[in-house]
Design a protein around this ligand. Sequence first.
Ligand code: PMP
Length: 313
Amino acid sequence: LYDRDGFIWHNGEWLPWREATTHLLTHTLHYGMGCFEGVRAYAGPNGTHLFRVAEHTRRLCDSAHSLDIPLSFSAAQLIEAQRECLGRNGLTNAYLKPTVYFGAEGLGLRAKGLTTNVMVAAWDLGDYVSATASREGLRALTSSWARHHVNISLCRAKTNGHYVNSILALNTAVKAGFDETLMLDPEGYVAEASAANVFLLRDGVLHTPEVTSCLQGITRDSVIRLAREVLGLEVQERRITRDELYTADEAFLTGTAAELLPLRELDGRRIGAPGREIAPDSVTARLQGLYRRVTRGDLGEDLLAYQKWLTPA
Ligand code: PMP
């Protein structure tokens, strides 16, 4: 990833990609105390746009504030950096990673006078999973690793260090031959996948875990709105047990990178109707289609209200 042309925004300056390095004693490298976002840009009918960049940037600022990391850039400046990052790198369909981290001015846990650094890098993002997986769905394994607890970490903050837990869970599942992992909260209720939120449909009602252990996903929010406002579905945010997923009519994952992916199997139990591909008239397929249209700016009359989620790059 580091040997290529392009520019990375760093504290207000544009660094040539290959020169965008940092010191080995960078505090965040040692303790994971930092926060980041994952944002997507798409090619639309009127050029490239960022999807819900204001909400992502707000979550980044909230993460930094909760972690008590002082930020010297405003949300508006950070949005501008993300917009410009696309043009500077000639990108249309892209993944952007704004990241806030401490510098190398000190290394103990008590280090004082650390500078806050902010960077924005962007690159082409192919599909998160194959087109087949996106139609046929993923096979997941419930993890033996619990997701974070509100009294152990700040679950609403997208903290770098949180992802050790995600990677441990994901690697165990992938080594065992699964596509994804399902993580439970410390009490055993369904939390989320390694980097995506989870939903289930039963008797026409959509259910998703309340935001305690799981990240307050922006795709989760987009999908809840599309389900309620466009499909007229009831959506409940509440505690969910793993057997509810086993016996769901449908289930899917949501995330900026993952978008909306069907969950077809959990711990060897098939979820929903038999058949290789999810039915085109299923709620999963319809929400997948709506999410696809909204993110790509293919709005039409029915989705015009969601224009507000698109920021021209
Ligand atoms: N949970 C975790 C742990 C994640 O990393 C992500 C990806 N950011 C999500 C959920 C989904 O969040 P979003 O829809 O905002 O990308």
